[in-house]
Write a protein that binds this ligand. Structure first.
Ligand code: GRF
Length: 202
Protein backbone atom coordinates (compact mmCIF):
# COMPACT_ATOMS: atom_id res chain seq x y z
CA UNK A 1 0.00 0.00 0.00
CA UNK A 2 1.12 3.59 -0.72
CA UNK A 3 0.20 6.29 1.76
CA UNK A 4 -0.34 9.99 1.23
CA UNK A 5 -0.57 12.90 3.66
CA UNK A 6 -2.41 15.83 2.12
CA UNK A 7 -1.94 19.41 3.36
CA UNK A 8 -4.85 21.78 2.64
CA UNK A 9 -6.10 25.26 3.48
CA UNK A 10 -9.15 25.78 1.29
CA UNK A 11 -11.93 24.19 -0.66
CA UNK A 12 -10.04 20.99 -1.40
CA UNK A 13 -11.01 20.24 -4.97
CA UNK A 14 -7.55 18.78 -5.58
CA UNK A 15 -7.92 16.70 -2.43
CA UNK A 16 -11.28 15.48 -3.78
CA UNK A 17 -9.70 14.44 -7.07
CA UNK A 18 -7.07 12.44 -5.14
CA UNK A 19 -9.69 10.86 -2.85
CA UNK A 20 -11.75 9.86 -5.90
CA UNK A 21 -8.71 8.40 -7.64
CA UNK A 22 -7.82 6.34 -4.54
CA UNK A 23 -11.38 5.10 -4.06
CA UNK A 24 -12.05 4.28 -7.70
CA UNK A 25 -8.81 2.35 -8.08
CA UNK A 26 -7.45 4.84 -10.62
CA UNK A 27 -4.56 5.21 -8.15
CA UNK A 28 -4.22 1.54 -7.24
CA UNK A 29 -3.01 0.48 -3.78
CA UNK A 30 -3.01 4.08 -2.56
CA UNK A 31 -4.65 5.59 0.52
CA UNK A 32 -4.71 8.99 2.17
CA UNK A 33 -3.63 8.38 5.75
CA UNK A 34 -4.21 11.94 6.99
CA UNK A 35 -5.34 15.39 5.88
CA UNK A 36 -3.96 18.45 7.69
CA UNK A 37 -5.43 21.94 7.50
CA UNK A 38 -4.11 25.17 8.98
CA UNK A 39 -7.65 26.58 8.67
CA UNK A 40 -10.53 25.27 10.73
CA UNK A 41 -13.16 26.35 8.18
CA UNK A 42 -11.43 24.71 5.21
CA UNK A 43 -14.08 22.77 3.31
CA UNK A 44 -11.34 20.28 2.49
CA UNK A 45 -11.66 18.99 6.07
CA UNK A 46 -15.34 18.16 5.46
CA UNK A 47 -14.43 16.33 2.28
CA UNK A 48 -11.89 14.21 4.17
CA UNK A 49 -14.31 13.44 7.01
CA UNK A 50 -17.02 12.36 4.55
CA UNK A 51 -14.60 9.72 3.33
CA UNK A 52 -13.54 8.58 6.79
CA UNK A 53 -10.05 10.06 6.49
CA UNK A 54 -8.23 11.22 9.64
CA UNK A 55 -7.97 14.99 9.88
CA UNK A 56 -5.75 17.32 11.87
CA UNK A 57 -6.31 21.03 12.40
CA UNK A 58 -2.92 22.68 12.95
CA UNK A 59 -3.26 26.49 13.23
CA UNK A 60 -0.31 28.86 13.15
CA UNK A 61 -1.97 31.63 15.16
CA UNK A 62 -1.38 30.16 18.66
CA UNK A 63 2.33 29.88 17.81
CA UNK A 64 2.41 33.52 16.65
CA UNK A 65 0.57 34.70 19.75
CA UNK A 66 2.94 32.81 22.02
CA UNK A 67 5.98 34.08 20.10
CA UNK A 68 6.89 30.51 19.12
CA UNK A 69 8.83 30.21 15.88
CA UNK A 70 7.58 29.11 12.51
CA UNK A 71 10.27 26.42 12.63
CA UNK A 72 8.61 24.98 15.71
CA UNK A 73 5.22 25.01 13.96
CA UNK A 74 6.72 23.11 11.04
CA UNK A 75 8.63 20.69 13.26
CA UNK A 76 5.40 19.95 15.15
CA UNK A 77 3.62 19.38 11.83
CA UNK A 78 6.29 16.85 10.86
CA UNK A 79 6.05 15.18 14.26
CA UNK A 80 2.27 14.81 13.84
CA UNK A 81 2.70 13.21 10.43
CA UNK A 82 5.38 10.85 11.69
CA UNK A 83 2.71 8.90 13.57
CA UNK A 84 0.99 8.06 10.25
CA UNK A 85 2.29 5.98 7.36
CA UNK A 86 3.36 8.56 4.75
CA UNK A 87 5.17 7.89 1.48
CA UNK A 88 4.40 11.27 -0.09
CA UNK A 89 3.30 14.61 1.32
CA UNK A 90 0.92 16.37 -1.06
CA UNK A 91 0.49 20.13 -0.80
CA UNK A 92 -2.98 20.78 -2.20
CA UNK A 93 -3.66 24.45 -1.68
CA UNK A 94 -1.64 24.61 1.61
CA UNK A 95 -1.15 28.33 2.09
CA UNK A 96 2.04 28.21 4.15
CA UNK A 97 5.59 27.90 2.91
CA UNK A 98 7.14 24.76 4.39
CA UNK A 99 10.49 25.41 6.03
CA UNK A 100 13.39 22.98 6.30
CA UNK A 101 12.21 22.21 9.84
CA UNK A 102 9.49 20.18 8.10
CA UNK A 103 11.13 19.30 4.80
CA UNK A 104 14.16 17.59 6.38
CA UNK A 105 11.86 14.77 7.49
CA UNK A 106 10.42 14.22 4.02
CA UNK A 107 13.32 14.91 1.70
CA UNK A 108 12.36 14.33 -1.96
CA UNK A 109 8.86 13.26 -0.91
CA UNK A 110 6.90 16.53 -0.90
CA UNK A 111 4.88 17.61 -3.94
CA UNK A 112 3.20 20.94 -4.69
CA UNK A 113 0.85 21.98 -7.46
CA UNK A 114 1.04 25.41 -9.06
CA UNK A 115 -1.70 26.64 -11.39
CA UNK A 116 0.73 27.97 -14.00
CA UNK A 117 3.69 26.71 -16.02
CA UNK A 118 7.18 26.37 -14.45
CA UNK A 119 8.68 29.77 -13.71
CA UNK A 120 5.41 31.60 -14.39
CA UNK A 121 3.43 33.60 -11.84
CA UNK A 122 4.86 32.12 -8.61
CA UNK A 123 2.83 32.85 -5.50
CA UNK A 124 -0.88 33.49 -5.16
CA UNK A 125 -3.44 34.53 -7.80
CA UNK A 126 -1.50 32.80 -10.58
CA UNK A 127 -4.61 32.22 -12.71
CA UNK A 128 -5.72 35.84 -12.43
CA UNK A 129 -2.25 37.02 -13.33
CA UNK A 130 -2.08 34.66 -16.31
CA UNK A 131 -5.47 35.92 -17.48
CA UNK A 132 -4.29 39.54 -17.22
CA UNK A 133 -1.05 38.68 -19.07
CA UNK A 134 -3.07 37.03 -21.84
CA UNK A 135 -5.30 40.11 -22.10
CA UNK A 136 -2.18 42.27 -22.34
CA UNK A 137 -0.87 40.11 -25.18
CA UNK A 138 2.07 38.83 -23.11
CA UNK A 139 1.27 35.10 -23.15
CA UNK A 140 -0.68 32.80 -25.48
CA UNK A 141 -1.45 30.01 -23.04
CA UNK A 142 -0.96 29.05 -19.44
CA UNK A 143 -0.70 25.68 -17.71
CA UNK A 144 -0.27 23.68 -14.55
CA UNK A 145 2.78 22.09 -12.96
CA UNK A 146 3.54 19.69 -10.17
CA UNK A 147 6.98 19.93 -8.62
CA UNK A 148 8.98 18.51 -5.74
CA UNK A 149 9.58 20.86 -2.84
CA UNK A 150 13.25 20.66 -1.88
CA UNK A 151 13.41 23.94 0.06
CA UNK A 152 11.59 27.10 1.02
CA UNK A 153 11.34 28.48 -2.53
CA UNK A 154 7.82 29.41 -3.65
CA UNK A 155 6.45 27.32 -6.52
CA UNK A 156 9.91 26.21 -7.62
CA UNK A 157 11.62 22.83 -7.52
CA UNK A 158 12.20 19.87 -9.81
CA UNK A 159 9.21 19.59 -12.15
CA UNK A 160 7.43 16.22 -11.98
CA UNK A 161 4.64 16.91 -14.47
CA UNK A 162 3.25 19.83 -16.42
CA UNK A 163 0.59 20.52 -18.99
CA UNK A 164 -0.42 23.44 -21.16
CA UNK A 165 -3.87 24.97 -20.66
CA UNK A 166 -5.20 27.00 -23.59
CA UNK A 167 -6.73 30.45 -23.16
CA UNK A 168 -9.35 31.59 -25.65
CA UNK A 169 -10.15 35.16 -26.63
CA UNK A 170 -13.74 34.86 -25.41
CA UNK A 171 -12.75 33.39 -22.00
CA UNK A 172 -13.93 35.07 -18.82
CA UNK A 173 -11.65 34.70 -15.80
CA UNK A 174 -14.12 32.11 -14.45
CA UNK A 175 -13.84 30.10 -17.68
CA UNK A 176 -10.07 30.04 -17.38
CA UNK A 177 -10.19 29.16 -13.68
CA UNK A 178 -12.48 26.20 -14.38
CA UNK A 179 -10.20 24.95 -17.18
CA UNK A 180 -7.05 25.30 -15.05
CA UNK A 181 -8.63 23.54 -12.07
CA UNK A 182 -9.83 20.65 -14.24
CA UNK A 183 -6.27 20.32 -15.58
CA UNK A 184 -4.88 20.40 -12.03
CA UNK A 185 -7.11 17.57 -10.89
CA UNK A 186 -5.97 15.31 -13.69
CA UNK A 187 -2.30 16.28 -13.54
CA UNK A 188 -1.97 15.86 -9.77
CA UNK A 189 -3.22 12.28 -9.88
CA UNK A 190 -0.87 11.54 -12.77
CA UNK A 191 2.10 13.11 -10.95
CA UNK A 192 1.38 11.19 -7.75
CA UNK A 193 1.25 7.90 -9.68
CA UNK A 194 4.55 8.76 -11.32
CA UNK A 195 6.24 9.60 -8.02
CA UNK A 196 4.94 6.41 -6.42
CA UNK A 197 6.07 4.36 -9.43
CA UNK A 198 2.59 3.00 -10.12
CA UNK A 199 0.41 3.04 -13.20
CA UNK A 200 -2.90 4.85 -13.41
CA UNK A 201 -5.84 2.53 -14.09
CA UNK A 202 -8.26 4.34 -16.42
C1 GRF B 1 -5.16 25.26 -6.49
O1 GRF B 1 -5.40 26.10 -7.59
C2 GRF B 1 -3.69 25.05 -6.30
O2 GRF B 1 -2.97 25.03 -7.47
C3 GRF B 1 -3.30 26.25 -5.48
O3 GRF B 1 -4.37 26.42 -4.58
C4 GRF B 1 -5.57 25.94 -5.18
C5 GRF B 1 -6.21 24.97 -4.22
O4 GRF B 1 -7.51 24.61 -4.62
N1 GRF B 1 -2.00 26.05 -4.87
P1 GRF B 1 -8.30 23.45 -3.89
O5 GRF B 1 -8.34 23.77 -2.41
O6 GRF B 1 -7.60 22.15 -4.18
O7 GRF B 1 -9.68 23.49 -4.49
Amino acid sequence: MNYLAVLVSGSGTNLQAIIDACESGKLPETKISVVVSNRKAAYALERAKKHGIHTIYHPLLPYRKAGVSRQQYDADLARMLLSYPVDLVIMAGWMHILSMAFLRYYSGRVLNIHPALPGMFPGTHAIERAYAAFRAGQIEHTGVMVHRVPDEGVDVGPVVAQCVVPIYAQDSLEDLEARVHAAEHELYVKAIAQELGIHIVE
